[in-house]
Design a protein around this ligand. Sequence first.
Ligand code: SF4
Length: 604
Amino acid sequence: MLGSYTGNILKVDLTKREVQIEKLDEEIAVKFVGGKGLAAKILYDSLKPGTDPLSPENLLIFASGPLTATLAPTSGRWTIVTKSPLTNIFLDSQIGGYFGAVMKFAGFDCMILEGKATVPVYLWVHDENAEIKDAVDLWGKGCLKTEETMKQRLGKNVRVASIGPAGENLVRYACITVDRYRQAGRGGTGAVMGSKKLKAVAVEGVGRKIEYADSEGFKKATKKALKIIEENSFIPLRRKYGTPIWIAPVNEAAILPTRNFKTGIFEHADDISGETMRNRIVVKNGTCYNCSIRCWKYTQVKLGKYKVDEIAGPEYETIALLGSNCGINSIEAIAYANLLCDDLGLDTISTGNTIAFAMECFEKGLISKKETNGLKLQFGNVDAEIEMIKRIAHRRGFGNLLAEGVRSASQEIGSDSEKFAMHVKGMEIPGYDPRGAFGMALAYATSDRGACHQRAWTVRAEIRGELTPRYSIEGRAKFVKEIQDERAMCFSLVLCDFAPLGVHSFVELLNKATNFNFTVDDYLKTGERIWNLTRLFNVREGLTRRDDNLPTRFMMESLPDGVAKGQVITEDLFDEMLMEYYALRGWDKNGIPTKEKLKELGFG
Ligand code: SF4
């Protein structure tokens, strides 16, 4: 096989309770690499258009890449791919921790799960084989208890991916909690797992070693990559504060989501900043498999109403969406809400965004205590947020409506609430207001899974003034396209998007691990191929130019405060940027890849 791949794919049919092992197709591996790319290819080839994401026919694909589990820094990363029940389009979710590496040590590049069990089950993967076991006793339990029980049952070295009540109840943005502290957060992977009555997957890897096409060359490339990471000037800050280091600068740039994106400045930002978090609740650092950056922050809230024994987090996005976007200024309360979401199995971004929307509806009188069952759902009300998280996960009362996501909730509530339902293609907007970072407007609108900050994160370059003019669309289309293609490859290797490595490092590591012999051009062209494949999937599902859009608030209301005061992305500006982007991509005016482009990318 090709160096660092195991060459095995595990196929699991939960309906028939059967497992089988297939060989990885080498030609497909060269064209789509692994992780996101390989799983997207499998999904595209296997899924009939129009498949209900919560039906047995949908696939849930756990995929590692050729660099997962290798000596390369940040190689603990892996990917889950499926059709999203939140957006009804392609979904990939990138995860850290240890599970992905151990899946490879257990003998598999990839696991394809389909069908639906008649009773709750778990999958036990070990020694290049797998068994489906009953999990009736685990159904209804939180992710933390589930993982603890699995370890007692199977041994302390197993790695576990599980769902909580939110996944069981098919909340459309339910996540999968992995290795206790990491999540496949976005788009409802947990609901897909719940629809299959699959409570957990446990893996144990004993003995299998990763092979390299050029072992000595790979060691040298790894050494170089580690040196680049250690010499990067931002790494000490990431190591000290983690992702929350961004709260202060994003607030200064006036793009920190606040009270459902009504403004980009939170007057209590100091109370929830990375510095405050470090001073008040951080106890130590943690890490994914084989990472020298060690960006996790273990936190603890020792006393009070929001006591937390231990959690790894909150991360920046959680602080922004469950914190400032809901008007909440207590880092302890945010940590508590984070723990609740992780245990119940909810994506913190979509949860915070959806609750903030409901809070604005409450303030505007579109809903009242009658709908919320007595809950005063106002901005800044921590108890209301916490209660609403529980109701969403269990689909109780008004929580049942919010469990469908902000797009669906706004359609139900009506009264023009769709204008401040902050989503793209049904996925709730994460932690950056694009009215002060125009590249993010295009990145959200064209992301292949709905509003996402990871496909092309232009924020740093924009707020540091590296893209000029500052509040402009100039150069943004090219910038976004290039990052999207490059990230599509990073998520296929799979390495961490926090690794400050350039394309040359990635290419060298990939070539030494496999025998690909990619040039930088081959590498970027492969990223472009993967990006076009996910576009083809979405077009086949009925996506049109009209879906590449932004919430009305970003186009009609200007930012009211701070350095970005008065900024808005008008429809004209947005259209101009989008058309430039389509042209650069070789897509037609409706955003559909042209035949010439597909031929150039080797689709036939
Ligand atoms: S940088 Fe952080 S998230 Fe990325 S692999 Fe390292 S520890 Fe994990």
